[in-house]
Design a protein around this ligand. Structure first.
Ligand SMILES: O=C(O)C(=O)C[C@]1(C(=O)O)C=C[C@@H](O)C=C1
Length: 257
């Protein structure tokens, strides 16, 4: 079998391959929920903390500084990655890998991490983290960062999904884009049955990955979970899928710029 040059050089994006990537990212998000749930709410991570020379919370401090370190080693050269604090990020110090140029150049200006940040702290955390304070503020912020990054990568992956769909039905998309018909675009890119499958699979993953494992496992009714599986399913239903679709519409509106 012949390998195309493109598959040797970089990633090939098809509807199947982007959906495969979204499925694999579910694992990361479910594990991220489980890891964050290990700690209590630890509100001191999110309030005004007295960090000398820094105006912001401990969580912001960890995210900003970690992003700066990761930027220096090239994290944001990958078009699949979007920083939470893009202002003043240092340039990469290492030679850049040549990522497949698949997206329209306007994609780089789409970043909805401000909304993701707000939803994460205001709505998601209180829905599954036990209240209280165990003193692990740095560890809490580190687990917030990896979960935020996983959720952000998943939602912004909408750019790739949209580009694949655009290439598959360019004519249909073009007329909606020219008419700036957001509702029509939303309808054309929506697959209700796929969304339902995603929600059910995520709930099952939360059950499988998050069950408390014991050796006397005969009795199914005694199984308990580290994160309520409905929290994972609702995260997808209420935020992740709708925001992925918003990113797709936003991307498509600029596709012909
Ligand atoms: O799989 C797709 O076609 C997507 O666009 C992804 C996704 C999702 O976020 O899971 C979003 C919209 C579709 O209605 C179905 C699923």
């Amino acid at each position: 079998e012949e390998l195309s040059l493109e598959s040797v050089k970089g990633k090939v994006y098809t509807l199947d391959s982007v959906r495969e990537a979204l499925i694999r990212q579910e694992d990361t998000i479910v594990f991220g929920l489980i890891e964050r749930a290990k700690f209590l709410m630890n509100s001191r991570t999110y309030g005004r903390e007295e960090i000398p020379g820094f105006a912001g919370s401990l969580a912001e401090f960890v995210v900003k500084n970690t992003e700066a370190v990761q930027a220096k080693v090239g994290r944001y050269n990958n078009p699949e990655e979007n920083p939470f604090f893009p202002e003043n990020l240092p340039p990469s110090l290492v030679p850049s890998y040549s990522f497949t140029q698949f997206l329209h150049p306007k994609a780089a200006s789409i970043n909805i991490n401000k909304s993701i940040w707000k939803i994460y702290f205001d709505e998601l955390l209180p829905s599954f983290v036990a209240s209280g304070d165990d003193g692990n503020y740095a560890q809490t912020a580190a687990s917030d960062l990896s979960l935020l990054q996983a959720i952000s990568r998943r939602i912004h992956y909408g750019k790739f999904v949209a580009e694949v769909k655009f290439r598959e039905s360019a004519q249909q998309y073009e007329s909606l884009i020219r008419a700036e018909d957001k509702g029509g675009l939303m309808k054309l890119l929506t697959f209700e049955s796929v969304e339902e499958t995603v929600r059910k699979r995520v709930e099952k993953k939360a059950m499988v990955f998050g069950q408390n494992v014991t050796l006397n496992n005969g009795d199914d009714k005694n199984v308990t979970y580290k994160v309520d599986p409905s929290v994972a399913a609702n995260l997808y239903k209420n935020w992740i899928i709708p925001l992925t679709k918003d990113v797709q519409v936003e991307y498509l509106l600029h596709r012909l710029d």
